[in-house]
Design a protein around this ligand. Sequence first.
Ligand code: CA
Length: 685
Amino acid sequence: MKTALEWKKYYSSPEFRERYIYDENDLGVTCTDSGTSFKLWSPSADSVTLNLYHEGSGGEAYIHIPMEKEDKGVWSWLSGENMHGVYYDYSLSFEGESVCSADPYAYACGINGRRSMAVDLKKTDPEGWKNDRAPEKGTEQIIYELHVKEFSWDPSGGFPEPYRGKYKAFTCQDTTLFGDGIHPTGMRYMKELGVTHVQIMPAYDYGSVNEGGKDTEFNWGYDPVNYNVPEGSYSTDPEHGEVRIREMKEMIQALHSQGFRVIMDVVYNHTYSLDSWFQRTAPWYFYRVFDDGRISNGSACGNDVASEREMCAKYILESVLYWTEEYHIDGFRFDLMGLLDVNLMNRIRRELDARYGKGEKILFGEPWAAAETAMEGNAVPALKKNIMLLDENIGMFCDDTRDAVKGSALKIKRPGFINGASGKENDIVQSARAWCATSCGSTDEDSDSVTTVKAPSQVITYVSAHDNQTLWDKLAETLPEADEAERMRLNRMAAAIYMTCQGSLFFLSGEEFARTKNGLEDSFNAPIALNRLDWKQAWENQSLVEYYKGLIALRTRLPGLCDKSARASKRISNVETSEGLVSFEVDNRSETGCQKWNRLKIVYNGTREYRRVEVKENGWMILCDGEDSRLWASAKYAGKDLQAEPQSVLILGRLAEQSVGGTGGVAAGVTEETAEKETWEKQAV
Ligand code: CA
């Protein structure tokens, strides 16, 4: 056999590219009443045999069928029958060596994904699937990161025993704490919380959990085996390939019906093992290798998928389109997006826009890699530094904001703005502007920012995700002397800061109830008993949850912060900073001109003292303070003598035009009122 480097040279040759790049989109198995077609791309195999089985694992093949070699390295076999439910794999020979492989293009598989299954996809549709639609896109994207098993595994959730840890749990819409009938958990809890998008952690078929193993087995699942098949351990029957497909669709249907859009976490940057279906059917085509022969490992998981190669890019693009078409997925979060290339990301964006409308499907990712990668040719990695080369509707997780607010995620002892670090004020201001100041044309004092983006649509603002410590644990780590009351105060402050920044919002499920993993940084294979959502804790910390609910509800009423356009940062003005203190005003007029509060004033007080807040005119209302995020609902006017409590966020709103009354209220001048009737749209042009 050729070495990795020899393969690489061969694949890069013009001869290979001319002969073997396949343009059609019918690889894998297409199975309908008019017949079943098997197609595999394996340009270098000397022969390919299709083996058919009655079972998804074990047993012998009942027939071996030699495949025909067609053009462009495609091997095919066609049956006139609907072969739904037949399991299969391939025997391939390369230069006298033979290897067995499942189908990298498979849509279904047996237990643990070692054997593929022919599936007539329409047979997997749950009742009502044809009418399944995502809810309308709202004014803001507030993303809740959730793991299928963590969601419903704990008995406190009150889920029926057979559904705990499964896709099916999402179809239970009225669960309560231990089934008490009083305290909502699960779907109803999330609905009341007000998040708009649910991001499901890896739910394609991954390799680190034995699907026939104990119910306590757990992994995050960042180890793909079959990219186009749902994970089996979340299904009630991993033995039968069609069940997991139907049950995942049921989960998505249930989420849609309850008003959530669904984001899928995708890991195209590496596979569970280098010994993958990719590798067995097209040796080294799908992986990167350095010129000195070292295997590229920018993922720190043993291999890097070569997204820049034509057939690999095609694979990833078609996989994304498959999940949107077949499973009605509304968006994608790309793991280690910095290992994929800018061209591919922009191409995925264009294809989704062409099919579903501009920006309709949300796309974002981690704009970094774990280490150097051997990307070939002129390909440019989709790293943070290259964000300006990405479409304005491709977002990146903003680690700058994350670290500015609560301290470095990687250096666990290091604090941020809220927990005692000094000198973070400018980063906090930049966070509010979604790091947009320079590129968006602002000429003020903050224009020397290093990171620039096209618009807030490129920024995912967050302070917690599955990686690293939970927000609560980070606060405990950095402030061991703080009591529970102070940590709660700082948790509220962290939330109120990032929820008043202009990017899209994202948080780890349970952040809103002080979720803890006992300080563990990366709990990817820790016991489910540590990782599970503890619904009892959600109710014990109800006051924190209420604070989040109020903030989320307020956020959707603040168009000045929800604006994702390139000129959004111009809405932020009158920025003032001093040690531990940041304040600014926001032009809150909406494009429709019917906004209640035309202007906002936001104060972040990271100090342990009360701070006086200057307002130049009357008519301000307190929308949110450090304790109560629902003050906006009760329409109370603030006097001129305003203070920000220690370690808190104060949000003020100034009414649009009607004459203002109440304590300290004085009607705004007529001239100003008239000006304020102008909408943001008209003003901004
Ligand atoms: Ca699996």
